[in-house]
Write a protein that binds this ligand. Structure first.
Ligand SMILES: Cc1cc2nc3c(=O)[nH]c(=O)nc-3n(C[C@H](O)[C@H](O)[C@H](O)COP(=O)(O)OP(=O)(O)OC[C@H]3O[C@@H](n4cnc5c(N)ncnc54)[C@H](O)[C@@H]3O)c2cc1C
Length: 489
């Protein structure tokens, strides 16, 4: 069941809108306002959503007011934190956007090694707060991605083999649910909700703050290696990078060599295999652990060196900005030879100048978390592969679709945060059947009317009677469980 728009925004009594606006500590942006066009921009430039209201939330009260207003006016709700949604769900037409990009406070407790962060905070904000203490959170590969979307989907980045996903460091969240309750979810409070939030994407409410464990990470051995894109290199990479010591996490890809000064000119704009490397262990041991990657072929360029952990994000700075992104992706059990053949066919045909076939090696700490511990359950998959094209023209999108059609049969399962609008069947693929059923049960309990449906949507389980029961249950629970301490920063 989905809440439908019963009222066009223009027929909402202006007095109601005014009353709503007057309650906000943040601001309300509407079509025609000076800030409207700027406020509705997302990272992926393919999207051009025109919401009815953008609530630039300043605190939890704003989020509660926005959810209640949208529910009362029967307007759809979308949630925006860092704005990096690949399918553009965070800025839907005619919706009330709860924009958390201004809620980006972070606070570190160096003694306890914990971090409290608001959802609009990005990896850059987290690095700035944690690195002075020699601490880090396992996040993603791009500094501009928001914690809101990254964490609720899982979070696969440069420390995934050493410390697991972002959700594997999550201690608790504060969240506003569909019926306007403000709850804490953790291992001991609303544990079913806490399980679902860790991978179930934005289906269960609006997270207003996260509490994470931090890990000691200071100097890493890291950087980039450029190798010729050959069958042997791809095979050797997948075999080594998935079984190397946990300290080594890599994100690799076939792409056109950029015209950087350290890449010989004869390779510029030719297909190469690029490996981004993070060795987060004792620096003296790092070079030896990275050596097998350098030995896969005569390197075209090797810029591996000891560096402060944030240094690795310089290597992805070119994608930490607005761009056109077409993405198709899936998990694999190892990298099958047939998939390598398919990729190499494309390399030999000249490749697309805006394209990348990204290959992330998993395993390590990521794989040791039991599959049923969090809603992100594809823990047994050792490779994550994404076909990415950053070209704006239809031909580039088609390139991605065509290659993906040939690679998809080698995949099993998908990462919810890399899904585009690919239909319900693909959302199911993000979760094994038992995980999906459990998610649908939790959805029934916390969002029986599917208020949060503009996302990779999990439909509430059960009949309308179940839905009434679930609503009663959630009301009683919210009354019994004390509200969290208000977030004063
Ligand atoms: C350039 C780029 C690089 C990326 N790299 C990585 C990577 O290395 N690893 C990785 O794991 N992912 C990566 N991603 C995918 C990224 O994790 C997802 O797109 C994620 O949803 C972005 O979060 P956001 O807050 O920036 O996005 P938004 O567009 O703000 O939100 C996306 C969705 O997340 C949900 N959501 C957001 N905030 C909240 C909240 N506070 N409470 C509940 N739900 C919420 C909503 O459903 C929303 O529609 C990358 C994406 C891009 C575009």
């Amino acid at each position: 069941m989905t809440v439908t728009t019963l009222q066009a925004p223009e027929v909402i009594d202006p007095v109601l809108t005014q009353a709503f606006e007057s309650r906000l500590l943040g601001s309300l942006v509407r079509p025609g306002d000076d800030k409207y066009d700027e406020s509705r921009q997302l990272m992926n430039m393919f999207h051009d959503g025109h919401p009815a209201y953008i609530v630039r939330a300043a605190d939890v009260a704003d989020v509660l007011y926005a959810v209640n207003f949208a529910r009362e006016q029967k307007l759809p709700i979308t949630v925006r934190s860092g704005g990096h949604s690949i399918p553009g769900y965070s800025m839907a037409d005619d919706s009330v956007v709860v924009d958390l990009s201004g809620m980006k406070r972070v606070s570190v407790n160096p003694k306890k090694r914990t971090l409290r962060a608001q959802p609009g905070a990005t990896t850059a904000d987290v690095l700035a707060a944690t690195q002075p203490h020699g601490l880090a959170l396992s996040t993603g590969d791009t500094a501009s991605v928001g914690l809101g979307g990254l964490t609720t989907g899982g979070g696969i980045g440069f420390l995934v083999r050493k410390f697991g996903l972002t959700i594997d460091s999550l201690r608790s969240v504060n969240i506003v649910t569909a019926n306007g309750h403000y709850l804490t979810a953790s291992a001991v409070r609303n544990p079913d909700l806490f399980w679902a939030i860790r991978g179930g994407s934005g289906n269960f409410g609006i997270v207003t703050s996260f509490e994470f464990n931090l890990q000691p990470v200071g100097t890493i051995v890291g950087g980039a290696i450029f190798l010729p894109a050959t069958r042997e290199v791809l095979r050797g990479y997948a075999d080594y990078a998935t079984t190397a010591p946990d300290e080594l996490t890599t994100i690799a890809g076939v792409m056109m060599a950029p015209p950087l000064p350290f890449i010989p000119a004869e390779w510029h704009f030719k297909p190469v295999f690029n490996i981004l490397v993070v060795y987060a262990g004792e620096p003296e041991k790092g070079q030896a652990v990275v050596a097998p990657l350098l030995a896969l072929a005569e390197p075209i360029a090797d810029v591996i060196m000891p560096m402060p952990y944030p240094g690795i994000y310089e290597f992805t700075a070119d994608i930490a900005q607005r761009l056109h992104a077409t993405v198709r992706s899936g998990f694999m059990d190892g990298l099958p030879d047939a998939a390598i053949e398919t990729i190499m066919d494309d390399v030999e045909a000249g490749f697309d100048p805006f394209a990348m076939v990204q290959i992330r090696a998993l395993g390590g700490a990521f794989a040791r978390v039991p599959a049923d511990a969090t809603a992100f359950a594809h823990r047994d998959k050792s490779i994550f592969l994404a076909v990415i094209n950053l070209g704006a023209e239809e031909g580039h999108r088609q390139w991605a679709e065509t290659l993906w059609k040939r690679l998809k049969p080698h995949t099993s399962g998908v990462y919810v945060n890399f899904l585009d609008k690919e239909g319900d069947e693909r959302v199911h693929e993000a979760y094994p059947p038992t995980t999906y059923e459990r998610l649908a049960d939790v959805k029934l309990r916390y969002d029986p009317r599917n208020v949060f449906n503009l996302n990779q949507n999990i439909k509430p389980a059960g009949s309308s009677t179940d839905q009434r029961e679930a609503k009663r249950f959630s009301r009683v629970m919210a009354a019994l469980v004390p509200n969290p301490v208000p977030e004063i920063w």
